[in-house]
Design a protein around this ligand. Structure first.
Ligand SMILES: Cc1cc2nc3c(=O)[nH]c(=O)nc-3n(C[C@H](O)[C@H](O)[C@H](O)COP(=O)(O)OP(=O)(O)OC[C@H]3O[C@@H](n4cnc5c(N)ncnc54)[C@H](O)[C@@H]3O)c2cc1C
Length: 377
């Protein structure tokens, strides 16, 4: 059955998270951005952890909240509305847990999931390599068995939470010539990871994003996830459902920009009247509200399909593609309406504009989403 209302539980979740974000995140959102990429501020991770909002997908039997994707999307939209970088930390960690939840054995789940559910700690998802991220079949990071251990060699780049993670769920290959049939995910603890560079980004600056080097990293073989030959499927499952949450971040950014601009337009006066009274201003706001709604519904549909175990590949790529274009367009329109005030770096609208840009790159670029959808038309 099709429905457009959230359940009572989901509504409670939205209201409580909105209150937390309004009280603790919105007042310092500008500071979270200007502080930059190098100095990670754990206060907000603790805040989320205290309210059991970090890694909310971890099943209840491992100490988590066991939220479905639709609930996570509404939660992430709220957090992103306050600070997209903080939402990116969450989504990066969720990506790290998906291969474990879907493909891990019981002891891997018991060892690695409860620690994330109960503590203000982060995990990361390591796929992209310096030579390029679009062609995921061409991994050069290797994982080789050596008695009871595995040895990992390679470099991963632009990894969210990279330098501040308890562990990284790394995608590597047992035989680079065999490509996708040799993919394996390995849980690599922080003491086996070298952080070579913390990336300075134009947006989502709160979240740490790093280049990580695995130089003969030595990890027990029990940290290898899933059966031989199953790594590529696990990778695709992770990326496909993760895209819906990346799209939810974009909806949150667009909503933040729209709400701020509406308030501005209703209260800023020119020619002795609020600028909102001009259709040249109110009509763009109508368009902003309309396309944000459309993007949100696409995110909800994609998440609903994930939760139903339906065929969600096309829906999650479409949601990710559309939501990134919406956030980009809305934040740009917002600056047009706000005029010079919107162009100053000490205004949050400027932060939203920079944050939105990442939406067309992560989880596969816009062109990668187009390639996926085209293959399914
Ligand atoms: C802030 C941020 C956070 C990130 N977080 C993570 C993370 O946590 N974990 C992780 O593993 N990765 C992460 N990434 C990496 C991200 O997934 C990659 O940047 C993305 O997949 C694109 O790879 P690339 O940047 O190397 O671009 P490339 O693959 O080099 O592509 C460059 C350009 O060529 C285009 N292109 C490539 N091939 C084709 C084609 N066949 N047809 C048409 N166009 C094509 C692309 O669309 C793009 O415009 C992050 C990136 C950023 C910026």
């Amino acid at each position: 059955m099709v429905g457009f209302s959230l359940s009572a539980e989901q509504t409670d979740l939205v209201m409580s998270v909105r209150e937390i974000v309004e009280k603790h995140v919105v007042p310092v959102a500008l500071e979270m951005d200007t502080r930059g990429d190098d100095s990670f501020d754990w206060r907000f991770i603790k805040l989320l952890s205290d309210h059991q909002l970090l890694a909310p997908n971890i099943p209840r039997e491992y100490g988590g909240r066991g939220l479905d994707f639709l609930s996570m999307a509404v939660l992430i939209e709220e957090i992103s509305r306050g600070c997209a970088g903080l939402a990116a930390c969450m989504v990066g960690e969720i990506h790290a847990t998906i291969p474990i939840i879907l493909g891990g054995n019981e002891s891997q789940k018991e060892l690695h999931l409860p620690v994330l559910a109960a503590n203000p700690v982060l995990a990361a998802f390591g796929l992209t390599e310096p030579k390029g991220g679009s062609d995921v079949k061409k991994l050069s990071t290797t994982v080789n068995y050596k008695e009871d251990d595995v040895i990992i060699n390679g470099t991963k780049d632009y990894i969210v939470n990279g330098a501040v993670s308890e562990f990284v769920t790394v995608c590597a290959s047992t035989d680079v010539d065999q490509s996708r049939s040799s993919f394996r995910f390995v849980i690599v603890p922080r003491d086996q990871i070298e952080v070579s560079t913390v990336r300075n980004k134009m947006g989502i600056k709160y979240c740490n994003t790093a280049q990580l080097v695995f130089n003969k990293s030595n990890v027990p073989a029990i940290n290898v996830i899933g059966a031989e030959g199953g790594g590529y499927l696990l990778l695709n499952q992770t990326l496909e459902c993760g895209r819906a949450l990346i799209a939810a971040i974009q909806v949150g950014i667009a909503r933040a920009a729209y709400e701020m601009t509406l308030d501005f337009a209703q209260n800023h006066h020119q020619f002795e009247q609020p600028i909102f009274s001009n259709q040249g201003v109110s009509f763009p706001l109508v368009e902003m509200a309309t396309i944000i709604d459309a993007a949100r519904f696409m995110v909800w549909r994609a998440c609903w399909l994930v939760d139903q175990g339906g065929d969600f590949t096309k829906a999650t790529s479409m949601a990710r593609l559309y939501a990134s274009s919406v956030s980009h367009k809305v934040t740009s329109m917002a600056i047009n309406i706000m005029g010079a005030i919107g162009y100053t770096t000490d205004n949050l609208i400027n932060v939203y504009y920079r944050d939105a840009k990442v939406g067309s790159i992560v989880g596969g670029t816009d062109n990668v989403q187009r390639m996926i959808v085209a293959s399914l038309l």
